[in-house]
Design a protein around this ligand. Sequence first.
Ligand code: P6P
Length: 345
Amino acid sequence: MQTSSIDHGNIITIERFILDEQRSHPEATGVLTYLLYDIALAGKVIASKTTRAGLAEILGRAGVTNIQGEDVMKLDQFADRTLISLNDHTGRIAVMASEEHPDIIPIPDKYPTGKYVLLFDPLDGSSNIDFNVGVGTIFSVYRRKSEDGPGKLEDCLQPGRNLVAAGYMLYGSSTMLVYTTGKGAHGFTYDPSVGEFLLSHPYIRIPDKPKFYSCNQGYEMYWSEGVQRYTHYLQGQDGLRKGLSMRYIGSLVGDFHRNLLGGGVFYYPADSQDSFKPHGKLRLLYEAAPLGFICEQAGGRATDGVTGILDIQPTSLHERVPFFVGNKELVDQAEAFIRQYDLKA
Ligand code: P6P
């Protein structure tokens, strides 16, 4: 059981940790540090609502649908608005994009633009809010590619290899923030008594011995032969190894976080027969790339079944990809089954 740094009288707030990280980069200007502070603040504000989501004024659908055709719940809108309003005026950002908006979110003309690009899924798994299942915010930070002035779509369409920072907030039994700037993945637990994220999981490493596999097996009949055989392999049906335990809560951040700390693989494959999800359900920019970056920083890996997630060049803001993420050996095995049975390599 992880305890926060307060219990050991050694209080390391996320602000201090980020500042210490910045100090190891003499060329750093501090802009990214302040941007990460802004995101952590947004996490605190969103957490203040998600823990009260049982109240009437928050629960229930907002009566609109998003670009994905999904019902937008009030908390979705609140989280989206919070992230935008805490970042649109700081002069640190050239352009934003949100899983809840069809197009890029320009910085209002009255505010200066900066050198970073912020993409986010404001509240992933929100369909679970009514059932009190953990939901999360996922964010990505890139450097702008365009020279100056208002940021453009091209600034948002960058491969995960270009990520400067990525992270997520998980609003569960406690609120956690996990992030990386390419120097390891680090976890912070929110202590409401002091209103701070405190270091609780420095330098996260995915355990070498996986425990879980996570997938919606209700769709197994739609999967390719390779993915079906991969699933049976994970269950130990080949008799060569003990099967893994199946854990799936249908909330990506929660499923990802459990496997990151406990060891395992999460996958949301394409439906090879069902025309509804020919590229799977999860979005490259808002979900797969940031979580893939974090997992790689923790010693794991992420793929679409053929290509490493971080090496995929996005062609549109909301493109979906099949997503396999977790222990490197298990992710490599997914590619091997797909190569052998689906690509007939
Ligand atoms: P399914 C939640 O709606 C979400 O986007 C992810 O958080 C989650 O991993 C996935 O969809 C669950 O999808 O089809 O299993 O309900």
